[in-house]
Write a protein that binds this ligand. Structure first.
Ligand SMILES: [Zn+2]
Length: 323
């Protein structure tokens, strides 16, 4: 009898509780192998790349990490590197749980539930740190430019310093009263609102960036490099978009919210409205408000969910390949 059949025979005779135990062990092991494969690929590309610290081209092999991946040392500055150096995964422990955690990010799951219902038995601060380490990789806009029918709009979120002890310690992070999920103290755009510019096209490409303010120059400067010439930009009529269209050789169409856009060509900005509603739902309802410094992380998350891109091992591979 082969070894495998012998193992199967032993398992078949075990009580159900032991079989469940072995099943979760095997699932973890398979995921761990995927992480190992991704890390090995990354260390192979490091072998041929320059030093992260000084740019010197000569790296030498420098032993192996506990996980078995190759480490490198720079001959010039003597810095040493492992497979996760310079990536959001640097010094994250419990590698066997990475892929599982990433696989659960297809939707927002409260951290407490991740621990209690999904078997990721780590402390809440660790789970929070993991979430944001992984989401950092989703902030960058894709290299592809927006083309064809482009919808653009801004979305405002209240400034938030969730978790800050500043108010209690007498060092307020912003000159206002502390609030608990309340509205902004002032109407309209002020320093208590953060504007985010979003533009998307019919191919599913989404461009998004946080703006310092809503001046024409800020919107134009952020958006121009991302627009392909001869496209059509639809907006709610902010003059900045007309300027962007003029300067990039595009047409501009002002559309009214709802009722089919109120123009002869039936164009609307319904897609961007729907996308903003999804982000707002994630940020303000499911997460019950997020700190402003993490806002673009959540935008990155919402974009990936909207685009139906895979999480899990695929995302892990992408994170390691991007750094
Ligand atoms: Zn170096």
């Amino acid at each position: 009898m082969s070894k495998i059949s012998a193992i199967k025979g032993v398992i078949a005779r075990l009580p159900v509780s032991d079989i469940l135990d072995i099943s979760s062990f095997i699932a973890n092991h398979v995921q761990n192998q995927a992480v190992q494969v991704a890390l090995t690929k990354r260390s192979q590309t490091m072998r041929c790349s320059a030093c992260i610290q000084c740019g010197f081209a000569c790296l030498v092999q420098w032993g192996r990490a506990n996980s078995g991946t190759q480490r490198f040392k720079c001959r010039n500055c003597k810095a040493t590197f492992g497979a996760t150096t310079g990536t959001p995964l640097y010094r994250l422990r419990n590698r066997h749980l990475w892929a599982k955690y990433l696989g659960l990010m297809t939707t927002h799951i409260p951290l407490v539930k991740l621990r209690e219902q999904h078997g990721i038995d780590l402390s809440l601060p660790t789970l929070h740190r993991w979430r944001h380490r992984f989401l950092t990789a989703l902030i960058a806009n894709p290299a592809q430019k927006l083309a064809g029918l482009i919808e653009a709009d801004e979305k405002f979120f209240r400034t938030s310093f969730k978790g800050s002890r500043g108010w209690k310690r007498g060092a307020r992070p912003q000159d206002r009263k502390m609030r608990r999920r309340g509205g902004a103290d002032q109407r309209g755009f002020g320093d208590q609102q953060v504007p985010v510019l979003t533009a998307l096209d019919r191919s599913g490409t989404i461009f998004q960036t946080q703006l310092p303010d809503t001046r024409w120059d800020s919107i134009g400067g952020a958006m121009k490099p991302w627009v392909e010439a001869e496209s059509m930009i639809c907006s709610d009529g902010n003059g900045a978009y007309a300027r962007v269209a003029g300067q990039t050789g595009c047409e501009h169409m002002v559309v009214k919210k709802g009722s089919g856009g109120g123009n002869t060509r039936n164009l609307s900005i319904g897609r961007i409205d729907a996308y903003h509603r999804d982000v707002e739902n994630l940020v303000n309802r499911r997460c019950m408000g997020v700190g402003t410094r993490y806002l673009m992380n959540y935008f990155g998350w919402a974009r990936r969910i909207t685009q139906h891109k895979p999480f899990g091992n695929d995302l892990l591979g992408e994170i390691l390949a991007a750094y």
